[in-house]
Design a protein around this ligand. Sequence first.
Ligand code: ZN
Length: 375
Amino acid sequence: MSTRTRFAIATGAAGALGALAVAATRTGRNVGTQIGGIPDGDRLTRMQRSRQWRDGRFRNRDRRAGDTPAADSIGARDVARRFLIERPQRGPNAPVPLASEGVELPTEGLHFSWLGHASVLVSLGGERLLFDPVWSERCSPSPHVGPRRLHAIPCDLSDLPPLRAVVISHDHYDHLDMETIRSIHELQPVCEFVVPLGVGAHLERWGVEPRNTIELDWDECHRVGSIELTAVACQHFSGRGLHRNNTLWSSWAARSPAGSVYFSGDTGYFSGFEELRDAYGPFDVAFMAIGMYDPAWRAMHLNPEEAVQAGLELGAGLLAPIHWCTFALAPHAWSDPPERFVTAAEEAGVAYVIPLVGQPVAVAEPPRTKPWWRP
Ligand SMILES: [Zn+2]
């Protein structure tokens, strides 16, 4: 493993990707486009009116959470120690099995297909949303450096059915991928991109038509077809390069006559989940981030037990884990998130499903989970 990769792990996933961006810039590679745009003009004025904006940047509601993962040297040393001394197995022992059914989901009811990491295709009565699509080989500003995929993509972007909207949780590289966004915009020119405040600046820089981009603050809603999409509160941070927290981070609620969905994006455990249930739930299915946690950045990422607890507070009928398997961005072992999640979900008596990557799931009749991640 390269020194740079070790450094990446030691400094924390997203912070490291920002560091990579800076390092790549210093070595002369033009990564400016990957880093994205800087909000200004009317976009910035709207951001400044947000309740989430304080003293020149977006902030978490709970001030104790801070605005970045543990950036202090003790936190970073701690992560490095866990990685270097405990030496967890950060990748799969065998090739990750992929489902071969394809991504055509039935047009009646609520169905989904988890496409790796935080990428999820959801069909609500045949109207499709795609959350946080990342198809690139690496989640990084550089094609040569940075965390690499641990399994193949489950389908080509050109195989995706027509999408109502691509929904983005925040601008970190493992959730917002420039190449993927550009390709979808080219392949599906009427597809809308629904994003948190400020993220539109990146899309604009990448050539997405402004009329295709909808930017929302928390508790703001946009209708696509019969789906009501609402950006909802979470606890995290943002940034693709030198700028931190000048775009908003968000979880999402999607409701239609066919069902209701919660998508966590990246969030730490915070006090707002019951409030979200009361305002936008109950949810038929909640996509919960269960991986890339570490004690050093606990405020910013749920661990598996917290994901189950948050799912209970959200009143979700079914929990579907995301944010593990595809990229190794934290020191924990590759299979720890599903193992810990299953134990916690069984103890709590909540319904859950961990499908294969690419496997279509009917939310009303989820398949029994087989531990396919075990060697
Ligand atoms: Zn993130």
